[in-house]
Design a protein around this ligand. Structure first.
Ligand code: HEC
Length: 158
């Protein structure tokens, strides 16, 4: 019995090696951008500082799904969430985690802010923890200096 267990362990370990190697495949940037595309963050947000990589990932994603990526009308213009090129410097990991998963808690109660909150809330992150970690790890590296346009800050609760 002990023998068999031993074999099972060895087998399990062997099976885990390729899985671990696969998980480490791809840089923080590649993995983060993949989630950013897959979860449609790009429909409202740009990351201008890495736009070439984001565009390339969008094309690869569309190709792999056999679809054309289009932005829906409702996601255009005023519902845009702005550029995230400096969000890793502007926010810490805890803020990003709470905000992305539960945005409505962060907005003030005025009509304009509630409108913004609603847009954000509808598109809050829905995915696995692993996907979120990949996304967060990448967002934290975005420190390019071009801060989010003003306006949004005034809608955040103190
Ligand atoms: C329907 C449009 C929409 C989608 C889709 C969307 N967001 Fe947002 N996001 C917003 C809006 C609106 C704001 C408020 C900021 C503003 O108006 O500039 C915001 C704010 C943010 C902020 C705070 C920015 C800052 O400067 O502090 C982060 C971070 C963020 N979004 C990440 C994401 C991520 C990650 C995804 C994908 C899971 C996502 N968003 C999907 C609309 C969207």
């Amino acid at each position: 019995m002990v023998q068999i267990h031993g074999y099972v362990y060895v087998l399990a370990l062997l099976l885990m090696i390729p899985a671990a190697a696969y998980a480490q495949d791809g840089s923080v940037q590649e993995k983060g951008i993949a989630v950013f595309i897959d979860k449609r963050c790009y429909t409202c947000h740009t990351v201008k500082a890495e736009s070439a990589q984001v565009e390339a990932a969008k094309e690869a994603f569309a190709k792999s799904k056999g679809v054309e990526l289009k932005e829906s009308e409702e996601d255009k213009d005023e519902s845009k969430g702005g550029d995230l090129s400096n969000v890793g410097a502007d926010r810490d990991a805890k803020w990003l985690t709470d905000f992305i998963k539960n945005p409505k808690d962060y907005f003030k109660d005025t009509p304009d802010c509630k409108k913004l909150a609603k847009k954000k809330e509808r598109k809050k992150f829905k995915g696995t923890d692993a996907e979120f970690q990949d996304l967060l790890a990448w967002l934290e590296t975005l420190k390019y200096g071009n801060k989010q346009e003003a306006g949004f800050e005034s809608c955040l609760k103190e």
